[in-house]
Design a protein around this ligand. Sequence first.
Ligand code: DGJ
Length: 768
Amino acid sequence: MIEKKENAYHLRTARCSYFVSISPIGKPICSHFGGPLSGDLSSLVFSPRLVPGRTVVYDQEHPEIALPCLPLEVSTRGKGDFSTPSVILEGEGLLPLDFVFKDSRIQTPEAIPGYPNPRNAEQELVLFLEDNANHLELELHYLTYRNENVIGRYSRIISHRAGKTYLRRLSSCCLSLLKQNLALHAYRGGWIDEFHEEICPVTSSTLLSSSATGSSGDLRNPFFYLSSSSGECFGFNLVYSGNHEEILEKNPMGFTRILNGIDSSSFAYPLTKDQPFDSPLAVLGYGKDETEMTASFHSFVRRCVLPASHENAERPIVFNNWEGTYFDFNEAKLHALVKKAAKLGIELFVLDDGWFGKRDNDHCSLGDYEICKKKLPHLIKGLSDYVHRHGMKFGLWFEPEAISPDSDLYRAHPDWAIQIDGLKPSLGRNQLILDLTKPEVSDYVYRSLSSILSKDGVDFIKWDYNRNFSDVLPSEGRFAHDYILSLYALLKKLREQFPDLWMENCASGGSRNDLGMFSFFDTGWVSDNTDSLSRAFIQKGMIKGYPPCLMSNHVSAKTSHQTLRKTSFGTKFDVACFGVLGYEMDLNALSPLEEKEIAGEIAYYKKGRKTFQFGTYRLLEDFSCDGVLFQEMEGKDEIYVSFVRLLQQPNAGYRKFPAVHADENAEYAFSVRPETIDFHRFGGLVNQVSPIHLKEEGALVNLLSQYKGLDSEKFSGTVSGLALSSGALPFPQEWNGTGLHEALAVILDFGGRVYRFQKNVDTEEKKA
Ligand code: DGJ
């Protein structure tokens, strides 16, 4: 809902308010972004009475007003504001800008041309500003969304100047928060190490987080949030997949300026006279605490961003052959995997890289989507039919934006690759990127995909993207942006043709997981790192801004290919189940016991899938407290708690479950998910229980452990919701080096568990 009273505008959702007004000097200011407001808001309008000494006064008619004393919604250099500007334009040099309010309109929302637009926009406020001296118009757009607790913001600029005008920065959002002791939570990392939370205080030093890799990238995700000392959280994201920047700084008056938008270091967009240029959409979410802020983003992304065709659909359980075979597969090997996957309860079989051209390694063939008959004599259709006959959906990997120098496509069209004429281009993973801004290139990619998708029985595609930009002329300050808009146009066309296709976003793992891509994709491959401990860190970062129903998590071989750390399948499941579950390993190398374990995990997941994918997420206790992580996913009548530990402590003490968000009037039946502990983990201690002497790592132990392991602790009972919410439930006693007991939890280094708390329907009924 958007209300206008005189020159003030109140954007109101159920749990937050955004209150913007026009100051006496014609500058839009935001006096409140935070908890909901109602009634007479006039006394909230921020109005300075005096300017501090040595301050530049904006104009002589208003001697009490200086720009640094206002919570500005747009800021420029030249009239006394010295914080980072939100708009920068270059003509024959940088232009001194001064936008003032002209008019406003509350309207039915209009789509931003060229970008993906979130659904369910309810109302739109437009503030029209002008800079007469420079012949410029600026529009600030604000959007509300039906039943969502977020605000959308973007900016539009129109130049009527004669001569060359370059846009160097147009922030999507410029906001000045007046909150003390803000801390920035940013999500940073690299390949196999995405989404690490970095927390740092916001100070007067400028904090800049950006990506100039050509995509949103894994170095810094565009999602971040600010927490205040009272616990309130202010989250920000962009519906954009290209270069981006986020800038924070506190000025001497106490305002923290927050800017986000396209990265300005790599941007110089030539404006065409009288033609509008739009920034991408920024999304602002508020919560009185972290859980509420996260819930606001989860709900918005699920209902407004992710493709409508699968909005409420439970995501299938995947098998992907990548870590199981890499490039080394043939039809017989795949058939064996298909049979095993079906037997275990898998629902979607995905064939990864290596099925086309001469692609036996990553040095060639990208761009040549000619099926490799040596590996697949019955082609893709033969395999998809086989998968379908085994009751599963069939998925296929593509890297549509890439081209190998060693490919027929490159030999025919070297100019289709992004490179500078006359210079040897830099390769990334031995490949180049196709220039999608050329219509003939986009068209080729579209036709290549569309012909396979129309006839080969493909239900799912994994869209990969494995390198960053290079060899773009510095003079082409618009290229990276144009590339992303061309990518969106291609994705839109494919989506329109194949609305029911499941699509997974991937960029060497999580290198392009952003709201622009998730406007077209149902899920995203979170990271190429499938080690469960690394994943626990990565996933707990990503889930702060992205819902679990889009986070694709795979259980892989016990010895991680990325860290060489060894963890059980049980632990890998305990981490992977908070999201979309999948398996990625050589299923034919599983022992009978491991097969049983995995089949059990899959059955367990299917029962709780709705909660695992669509539940309300809470971080209960982070590793930083006690070396353990407790997370909760709350569903309609059940709660799952996942536990992961760093290192097993000697003579471990006792602990309780942290306070779980339970219904205080209900009773809960609780249980731990049964796991199997490999005999090998006990070394020579197995002889304490074995009737015959067993040699540690000996052939007999090896054989035995293929069929049998130690059952995990017995832990079940009932507990009141009030006790759960009060953190009163004791955690099972843990292994402490002396003896075994059926109730003793042997969780090991980097180990985990999942607990289920089911609301006791009988008790509820009795009460009623
Ligand atoms: C990178 C992806 O992230 C992997 O999962 C896999 O698909 C490889 N590319 C294939 O080349």
